[in-house]
Design a protein around this ligand. Structure first.
Ligand code: C2O
Ligand code: CU
Ligand code: CU
Length: 553
């Protein structure tokens, strides 16, 4: 265990940004320094920590001592020395390759939440590795551009590990989004929100009681990128804030203190067709929302707070942390003049609405309380039991009925979905629209979603993202079965052959041999197939001979 002062981490996060972002941030920082170094040093709270970025290589999970509150070191879990973990940045169509090195002293598996990954790379709890071991993942990114995240999904340790720091943001970029002129560079910020409970020594404590397990482990302070009482110096321009709710149980109802509107541009699975103006939005554990805040209406010297507003809720302990209470998340100090950032484009990214009339079947999931735990269709999770099967590539309607008095943010692995109905309202709130992977189901509410598992076959999870609910068994396994048989297709294109195979076989090994026969030597092919729509493609010259095959993992 080594001690890492938090300001050192801050420093490192500055240095590890891309050159462009780094120069933008440094000039912003020095400007602010010149403007108001004295004012800033006397501001209450702590400057928001900007997260380091990572785009490939090894992610090392290890315990460390970090002073989350300056001057109060305590034990946490870090990824590459950072809590939360570094922000992963990947591009749609490219291969995501990572080695996860577990030095935690306990088992670990990481899940890429919202990211479509082959079964064995999705981070199922059965795939956890022991401390001292490492494992690799390698798959093409087929998600839309957007804000995703990753976190521990270790058997019975998901809540504890995520709480202690095993989580981070995962950003997917693509050229279409980059062409939109949305706020970028130091005006495009990841904000990982985590709700924590601290002890008298200002250390993060995770020791849920039976009551906590029932309601979820609610905290008394929200950290933004690991920073308590966080503040950020902004200019009078527009900022894209990528909000990730990485809390175990805390549901946020986010809005600006002044009651001013903000623009919601994306939910879990990326951009909306058009921005939507809102004053508040609900953000449940596991969910993401990208908002654009325009600070032009404020004058230099003013401050405004991103706040979680109160909402009706049961749950939480009498006299202790409760669900639905109001608190500040992040304070913005308007220190700089306007940057003239362009307005958000009226058209963002098309989404084809799924049609409930085309669903090939309906499944009903009843959420219920059973003693101190929560069940789905009367079941508690069993690691190796498959609870239902889902045919590959068919549209399904899932109806989730919450018969309990608790909120359940329900999350699906293996596909993104669209919410089609909520019993409590005739019109879906903007944060229910777009492509989603987690939907909040309120007490006594019924929600329907439309989903098509057309990415990968195999065993995936459906669970509550209240991580105490999840770890205490509110989770099912389902198996996506019967994708079309995998074969290599060849077509001619000029002097080349184009060879393609379905993306659902992304975890197969592509092998090559110069000649066939009994002594043929098959070797991993040097080609890196490119993801094109739902197929992986590569080209070889038509001259010369060679043979390819796919080997099942
Ligand atoms: Cu974010 Cu199964 O998890
Ligand atoms: Cu997930
Ligand atoms: Cu739940």
């Amino acid at each position: 265990m080594k001690t890492t002062p938090f300001n050192l981490l801050n420093r490192r996060s500055f240095l590890s940004r891309s050159t462009l972002a780094a120069s933008a941030i440094v000039s912003g920082a020095s400007f602010r320094l010149a403007l108001s170094a004295r004012a800033q040093s006397t501001r209450p709270g702590n400057p928001l920590r900007l997260l380091p970025e990572w785009s490939g290589g090894t992610l090392t999970a290890a315990p460390a001592t970090v002073a989350v509150w300056p001057g109060y070191p305590g034990p946490v879990l870090t990824l590459n020395g950072s809590i939360p973990g570094p922000t992963i940045r990947a591009r749609r169509g490219e291969w995501f390759t990572a080695r996860i090195d577990n030095q935690l002293g306990e088992p670990l598996v990481l899940h890429w939440h919202g990211i479509l990954a082959p079964e064995r790379m999705d981070g199922h709890p059965r795939d956890g590795v022991a401390s001292g071991q490492s494992y690799g993942v390698h798959f093409p990114i087929r998600n839309r551009a957007g804000t995703y995240w990753y976190h521990a999904h270790t058997d019975a340790l998901t809540a504890s590990q995520a709480y202690r720091g095993m989580a981070g943001a995962f950003i997917v970029e693509d050229p279409a989004e980059a062409a939109l002129d949305l706020p970028a560079g130091n005006h495009d910020l990841v904000l990982v929100l985590t709700d924590k409970r601290s002890n008298a020594a200002r250390q993060l404590i995770y020791s849920p009681t039976m009551m906590d397990t029932m309601s979820g482990y609610l905290g008394d302070v929200v950290l933004v990128n690991g920073t308590p009482d966080a503040w950020l110096s902004v200019d009078r321009g527009r900022y894209r804030l990528r909000l990730v709710n990485g809390s175990n149980a805390r549901i946020f109802k986010l809005g600006l203190s002044a009651g001013r509107a903000l623009q919601l541009i994306a939910t879990d699975g990326g951009l909306f067709p058009a921005p939507v103006t809102v004053t508040t939005l609900m953000l449940a554990p596991g969910q993401r929302a990208d908002i654009v805040v325009d600070f032009a209406p404020y004058s230099v010297g003013q401050s405004v707070v991103l706040r979680s507003f109160s909402f009706p809720a049961s749950g939480g302990m009498m006299g202790g942390p409760r669900q639905g209470t109001e608190f500040d998340v992040l304070r913005f100090y308007v220190d700089g003049a306007a940057t003239g950032a362009p307005p958000v484009p009226a058209t963002l990214s098309a989404i084809t609405p799924l049609d409930p009339a085309l669903a090939q079947r309906t499944r009903v999931f009843t959420l219920a309380m059973s003693g101190m735990v929560h069940t789905i269709n009367g079941l508690l999770f069993s690691l190796n039991r498959v609870d239902f099967t889902v045919p590959f590539g068919q549209l399904e309607l899932w109806e989730i009925r919450n018969t309990s008095t608790e909120f359940h943010p329900m999350h699906v692995h293996g596909a993104l979905f669209q919410v089609s109905y909520r019993s409590s309202t005739a019109t879906l709130a903007p944060e229910d629209t777009g492509w989603k992977d987690t939907v909040l189901v309120s007490p006594n509410e019924t929600v329907r979603l439309l989903v098509n598992f057309d990415s990968y076959p195999g065993v995936f999870l459906f669970h509550c993202h209240n991580l105490e609910h999840e770890d205490s068994g509110m989770m099912l396994n389902f198996e996506v079965t019967g994708p079309p048989p995998v074969k290599l297709e060849t077509s001619r294109a000029g002097t080349n052959h184009v060879i393609s195979y379905p993306q659902s076989a992304a975890d197969y090994t592509l092998e090559h041999t110069p000649r066939l026969g009994t002594n043929a030597v098959w070797q991993p092919a040097s080609q890196a197939p490119v993801l094109d729509d739902a197929a992986l493609k590569f080209t070889v010259p038509r001259t010369g001979t060679g043979f390819f095959r796919l080997r099942k993992p």
